[in-house]
Design a protein. Structure first.
Length: 481
């Protein structure tokens, strides 16, 4: 079809017009000679509309210059995580900038692969650490590559693992996943999720420094006790007190810690403790052995055993804890304790007779009270997992391969470590009661850096926010580039 003159009038030099399905598309072309003059198409650059003229497409308009960038939260995170940046540089000499940028962005927004690039351009981190490519495909390929550098990850994590300074808490958690292409997504046995397709994540936590120091991704059908050997071998544990959940107990693991100090709960079916002592009613026999914990009395007994010669076994009876568990039990039954039918009573007795009873095996040469207090510090890692899943929203559901899963897990580990670094600063400055990490970053995200007359300037920094950053030794200055 001939191109009408009313359309031709808008043709630019070095282009040609093509008619397709009633539309007039403009292609950039390049001339060359091959026995006779020819032209090569360089792609469509837009359309011509009669009476309107040439309208470029997205490929021909060029990138949009962002003149306002989020600054406050980014600056706080980067200032309070300078040591992490330094250690990443030592452990990942060629990739440390991209790893660090992804961890910061993950903390600030819990982003997926497809959102990283946009978030990077909107953040002042793109001015401080420019030219970091974070398209979806680039991030995908990079995480795949990163997953093969477990040695680099371990080198980094060991920079933060100093077991001789105190204690390490190990625990695991599961993430339900429907991925059919990730072989680590298997039916598992975590409480409440038995038989569901899941991924297992083990963390180690430094109870003195109050921060994560290690992670391990495992298939959903690998129990914590089976994965513990690798975890202990990778991060080490000599010279400290290792505190474990009961899911880590096995004869093999106890033997593995033969030259270490540890505390681990025993299962209800343990043969190390007589059956009658596992019942809450046995606290009456321990009435002379008591101590106070959180303004309540804890009864306890020491059980003699010879299976683990250098270990002690303590049985603890906590009436307040028992009452909480009883209330939870009856709430699930949707029945009041005084309204239990006679036919249900035997089952109820069996279900509740051990509630409020804890059994701890320890190699520590210390008092029953101190063992109990040390074990209770384990709740710090439960709080950490709550932060991981609920506060930061990391869920590990959508990764389609183990390599991507491993790479993301390291980025999330770093984001969680930065979070705890900031949290430690708030505690140190005694402002944690008035401000938590998420609230701090939310408030600071209102501070932007905007380009005016070719110069960058800080905007929205109120007097209250200025006092806030001063209290944590952070300064805001425009980034000119």
């Amino acid at each position: 079809m001939m191109i009408p003159d009313t359309i031709k009038v808008y043709r630019q030099k070095g282009t040609e017009i093509r008619h397709k399905n009633g539309h007039y598309y403009v292609y950039r072309v390049k001339g060359y000679y091959d026995e006779k003059p020819k032209s090569k198409s360089l792609g469509c650059i837009g359309q011509i509309y009669e009476g309107v003229g040439f309208v470029p497409n997205n490929k021909n308009t060029g990138p949009i210059e962002i003149i306002t960038k989020e600054y406050g939260a980014t600056r706080v995170v980067m200032t309070l995580s300078e040591d992490i940046f330094t250690k990443l540089r030592e452990c990942f000499p060629t990739d440390f900038i991209r790893i660090y940028v992804m961890a910061v962005l993950k903390l600030l927004g819990n982003l997926s692969m497809k959102d990283m690039d946009t978030a990077y351009e909107k953040s002042a981190i793109s001015l401080l650490l420019p030219e970091v490519h974070l398209s979806k495909n680039t991030v995908h390929d990079f995480l795949n590559k990163l997953s093969f550098n477990r040695s680099g990850m371990l080198k980094f994590m060991k920079e933060y693992a100093h077991p001789e300074d105190g204690g390490i808490i190990f625990d695991g958690t599961s993430f339900i996943s429907g991925s059919r292409t990730n072989p680590f997504c298997t039916k598992g046995y975590s409480p409440g999720n038995i038989g569901k397709t899941q991924i297992r994540l083990i963390y180690a936590y430094d109870r003195e420094k109050k921060q994560p120091i290690y992670f391990l991704v495992s298939p959903g059908n690998i129990s914590d006790k089976a994965a513990f050997g690798r975890a202990l071998d990778e991060i080490g544990g000599k010279g400290c007190t290792i505190i474990l959940d009961k899911g880590f107990f096995s004869e093999k693991n106890i033997k593995m810690m033969d030259d270490m100090e540890f505390i681990i709960p025993l299962q209800r079916n343990t043969k190390l403790v007589p059956t009658d002592m596992k019942l809450y009613s046995a606290y009456e026999k321990a009435v002379k052995n008591t101590f106070t914990y959180h303004k309540r009395i804890i009864y306890y007994s020491e059980v003699e055993q010879d299976k683990y010669p250098r270990c002690k076994v303590f049985v603890y009876y906590d009436s307040e804890r028992r009452q909480d568990l009883m209330n939870s039990y009856f709430n699930k039954l949707k029945i009041k304790s005084e309204e239990i039918p006679d036919e249900m009573m035997p089952q109820v007795i069996r279900d509740t007779e051990t509630l409020g009873v804890s059994i701890l095996l320890t190699s520590l040469d210390t008092s029953a009270k101190q063992v109990y207090l040390d074990y209770k510090t384990r709740w710090a890692i439960e709080d950490m997992f709550d932060t991981h899943k609920n506060v930061l929203g990391f869920d590990m559901k959508y990764e389609t391969s183990y390599s991507i899963q491993e790479g993301w897990a390291f980025i999330e580990f770093l984001a969680l470590l930065i979070y705890h670094k900031i949290n430690a600063t708030l505690i140190e400055k005694d402002i944690i009661k008035d401000l938590d990490v998420k609230d701090l970053l939310f408030r600071m995200s209102t501070v932007t850096q905007s380009k005016t007359s070719g110069e960058w300037m800080i905007c929205n920094l109120t007097k209250k926010l200025r006092e806030m950053i001063k209290s944590i030794n952070v300064t805001f200055e425009p980034i000119n580039c």
